[in-house]
Design a protein around this ligand. Structure first.
Ligand code: SAH
Ligand code: SF4
Length: 415
């Protein structure tokens, strides 16, 4: 969707990826969308309703990719479906595994765009870092994704597809038979693998792209992911990270309702303007006020403030104290996530020294705010979120700076 005042070169996203063979890919569609498609294919209304419920269950609860396994759908109906529909998955180009267990997938869309997802296993959880766009229009100075030339919104199918693919790879679909007599739909969960003990427990929208610049698709995708008849991930286990698209934050709270993470990264206008150029449009005060107004944020569900540690740029004791002052001033239920900067070829910053990061963290902790230091994961496969590497064409830093300037001039002219 077009953000008022924002130059948004992202092409209008397609809800359903068109296919050469004319079949419709059901991946990423809600039960209602599936029902509407069945109605369009001229199934009578009652049938369409029942079949959509069955399909939704098979696709998202069981991970089926083939209509022939859908034993509660009649044998004549299954080939009818197969002629018209498919249940797709993103194409995998590479899937390296790090020595620390972190896994990355380089994926390719039907129109040849590359994007990535990363799975980070921990003792008590497994987090999938999901991308919302190919590239990003926002050009944060320390971020590799911002250097990518191509930008396109991912469709709900491509977003949900990442979760589905991770479930496939981790072997996490319920097993067992589902033989149901008389073509009747029935949910037989007993005896099946339950969600406890699963590896994929959490999702963070922290891969490539700015999720709030692809609002509708991210909302629709997460609603499918949270649907209790399918993947059934709780909103408490999903976190959406934004660089601060203030006008969309209240809507995100109301319509998506997941945990919020905000990429703050600086405490002064001067520094944030430089490293997160969106700050020139939506400043720190406005951003923190939007956080204070975010529905559902409380001490049990705190807002995460991400803070990338850049040597000599944003890592002084004064910065830490100012950060505390700001968070207290807005009375924010906050935790701070200190992220050691992950350098990439051509990046112009360095990561702060470990003892500097610890000192910074201590100041925040002493003020009663949790400030863990994020352990870098999967560095050997360049897998850290926010440093997603892609085969897509890159621009040089100088060219990027020039583009960012041009964008800024255009922005200022508009507002
Ligand atoms: N666009 C959203 C979400 C994707 S970026 C956002 O900016 O919040 C996810 C996180 O990774 C952000 O906090 C981002 O600032 C951080 N990040 C980006 N590049 C990084 C790098 N090179 N090193 C460490 N963190 C980085
Ligand atoms: Fe985009 Fe987030 Fe990277 Fe900034 S940090 S360029 S908003 S992906």
């Amino acid at each position: 969707m077009q953000i008022p005042g924002q130059i948004d070169p992202v092409p209008i996203p397609r809800d359903i990826t068109p296919r050469d063979d004319g079949r419709i890919d059901l991946l990423g569609l809600s039960q209602i969308q599936i029902r509407d498609i069945l109605l369009e294919a001229e199934l009578p209304e009652k049938q369409a309703k029942l079949r959509s419920k069955q399909l939704f269950h098979w696709i998202y609860h069981r991970g089926a990719v083939d209509f022939s396994v859908m034993t509660d759908i009649s044998k004549t109906m299954r080939p009818w479906m197969e002629e018209r529909f498919i249940i797709g998955r993103p194409e995998v180009i590479e899937e390296p595994i790090s020595e620390d267990g972190t896994r990355k997938w380089l994926l390719r869309s039907d129109d040849g765009q590359d994007y990535e997802m990363v799975f980070i296993p921990d003792a008590d959880r497994g987090t999938l870092c999901v991308s919302s766009q190919v590239g990003c229009t926002l050009n944060c100075r320390f971020c590799h994704t911002g250097t990518m030339r191509l930008v396109r919104n991912l469709t709900p199918g491509e977003i949900v597809g990442q979760v589905m693919l991770a479930r496939d790879a981790l072997g996490e679909w319920p097993k067992g038979n589902m033989h149901i007599e008389n073509d009747q739909y029935e949910d037989e969960d007993s005896g099946y693998q339950r969600s406890d003990g699963r590896m994929l427990t959490n999702i963070v929208m922290m891969g490539m792209g700015e999720p709030l610049y692809n609002f509708d698709n991210v909302r629709d995708a997460l609603s499918v992911v949270m649907d209790s008849a399918g993947l059934a991930l709780s909103k408490r286990r999903i976190t959406l990270s934004t660089s601060g698209v203030v006008p969309k934050m209240a809507q995100a709270g109301a319509e998506i309702g997941v945990n919020l993470a905000v990429s703050l990264h600086a405490t002064s206008k001067e520094v944030r303007d430089e490293i997160v150029p969106l700050n020139r449009k939506y400043g720190i005060e406005e951003l923190l006020q939007a956080c204070a107004d975010y529905p559902g944020a409380n001490n049990a569900r705190r807002i995460t403030f991400e803070y990338v540690m850049l040597k000599g740029k944003n890592d002084s004791n004064e910065d830490a104290r100012e950060l505390v002052r700001l968070l207290k001033h807005y009375n924010l239920p906050a935790k701070v996530n200190l992220i050691p900067f992950n350098p990439w070829p051509g990046s112009q910053y360095e990561c702060s020294e470990p003892q500097r990061i610890r000192a910074f963290s201590n100041i925040i902790f002493e003020a009663g705010i949790s400030a863990p230091i994020r352990t870098p994961r999967g560095r050997d496969i360049m897998a850290a979120c926010g440093q997603l590497k892609s085969a897509s064409e890159k621009k040089s830093r100088a060219e990027l700076d020039r583009l960012a300037e041009e964008k800024q001039v255009a922005l200022e002219a508009e507002t």
